[in-house]
Design a protein around this ligand. Structure first.
Ligand code: AMP
Length: 420
């Protein structure tokens, strides 16, 4: 019988009694066998104020009721216990959600599986760990043969593999990619490898921040299946000779300031794709040029992997999250807000009708040049396909910049769709 996980929560009335009553109602349904119930946790409601704390838990059940019918049964229980159709984020007498149903993926108006936001919610993940500890055992794999065994085993079971390449020192930007992979794929692998060949001789390879323990904790909380953490020698043994080079689009933007950088990126990602054989690989729009280079490699070299590019995750004040933000002094950190502010300002100008790239660029430049600690590498508006400069802002365009604050080089960008 299929295994299914149900989230249960209440923040209105007698919360414990409501939960008890819901569990009893569920128990009475023919075709449902409750296997395990998690501890219950008191949690703050998210995204709302002036509401009671929730009590949340997760149940593991076996059931032969198909998911679309099961959700209706859960809705009936909610209604029977007095839940009203209030606003989406209103308080709830009882809330019952199907989180997972075997490996099923469903995307309909009434039901999304896995549950849309479950991998971003500690109040789901923590009780889920009580009833399914096996889902939260990330393996750390340090060798290529070890990784191949993992991949073979997953393939034998017909599991899909989602892959998130990173250099570690993880933050919410990385985790947004991991969460998307968890939604899409049966098994998720994250690589943590500070790739020496993508750093120039005067760049920050040695001092690049590293914290495996912290990264591991963050990934285990979401339930990543494997963390690939190879040593440099494992990837580039002494006799290493082969590199991947993408032409043209690597000359623009960061390419002209970091010679050899994209050759290093192209080489490591191609190698990781060959090791991992993922179905889908996840990249951040924050490094838009990198994502384009990877897309081009998969097209040109016929690598059968789908590339998904996810939006930039920002700090509350707009600064794009980056492992390198840790280098910034307090003053530089405060100054760096100007990047997103000026990009947003340019977006408003363009929305108001500006179509001249030079004028939009000058607008950004003027804002950033006012800051003493800032030194601009580039500010450019380019076509999102070929990364070439454009004469008129129209279609899908990338506004991208790279700016130094002291000894730290930050990049950021926005994408706009502009009518002729
Ligand atoms: P890195 O560890 O810096 O090599 O980044 C690994 C992946 O995470 C890359 O695909 C990045 O584009 C992505 N990433 C880094 N920062 C962010 C962010 N703030 N928002 C979204 N994705 C990000």
């Amino acid at each position: 019988m299929p295994i299914c996980f149900i989230g249960i929560g209440s923040n209105l009335g007698n919360r414990k009694e409501n939960i008890k009553a819901a569990i009893n109602s569920l128990r009475k349904i023919k075709g449902v066998k409750i296997e395990k119930i998690s501890s219950f946790y008191q949690t703050k409601p998210e995204g709302v104020i002036n509401q009671n704390d929730f009590i949340n838990g997760v149940m593991r059940i076996k059931t032969n009721i198909p998911p679309k019918k099961l959700i209706n049964r859960l809705k009936a229980i909610e209604k029977g216990l007095g839940r009203k159709e209030t606003a989406r984020f209103g308080p709830r007498v009882i809330d019952l959600d199907i989180l997972l149903y075997d490996n099923q993926r469903i995307n309909t108006k009434n039901l999304t599986l896995p549950h849309q936001r479950m991998y971003a919610r500690d109040f789901v993940l923590i009780p889920l760990r009580d009833v399914a500890p096996e889902m939260f055992k990330s393996k750390i794999i340090k060798t290529v043969p070890g990784m191949r065994v993992f991949v073979k085993e997953a393939r034998r079971k017909n599991y899909t593999i989602g892959f998130v390449p990173t250099m570690g020192f993880l933050h919410e930007g990385h985790l947004s990619l991991v969460r998307e992979a968890k939604k899409d794929c049966d098994k998720v692998v994250v690589s943590i490898f500070v790739n020496p060949i993508q750093f120039g001789p005067k760049e920050d390879f040695r001092r690049y921040p590293r914290d495996l323990r912290q990264d591991e904790r963050m990934l285990k909380r979401i339930g990543v299946d494997a963390i690939f953490y190879p040593a440099v020698k494992e990837i580039y043994p002494a006799n290493y000779l082969t590199y991947v080079n993408v032409e043209e689009i690597t000359k623009a933007l960061c390419g002209s300031f970091r010679p050899g950088h994209f050759k290093g990126v192209a080489t490591i990602v191609t190698k990781l794709f060959n090791i991992m054989e993922p179905d889908i690989a996840y990249f951040g729009q924050k490094d838009f040029q990198q994502a384009r280079v990877i897309e081009k490699i998969t097209q040109d070299l016929n690598i059968p992997v789908k590339i998904k590019v996810m939006p930039v995750v920002r700090e509350p004040d707009g600064l794009a999250m980056s492992s390198r933000n840790i280098y910034l002094s307090d003053k530089e950190r405060a100054d760096a807000v100007a990047l997103y502010q000026s990009l947003s300002g340019a977006r408003s100008l363009i929305k108001e009708g500006e179509r001249c790239p030079d004028r939009a660029i000058t607008f950004i430049r003027n804002k950033i040049e006012k800051i003493k600690s800032a030194r601009i590498d580039y500010i450019e508006i380019v076509d999102t396909e070929n990364l070439e400069r454009i004469e008129k802002i129209s279609g899908r365009v990338l506004i991208a910049l790279a700016v130094w604050f002291g000894k730290t080089r930050l990049i950021d960008n926005i994408i706009m769709r502009v009518k002729g």
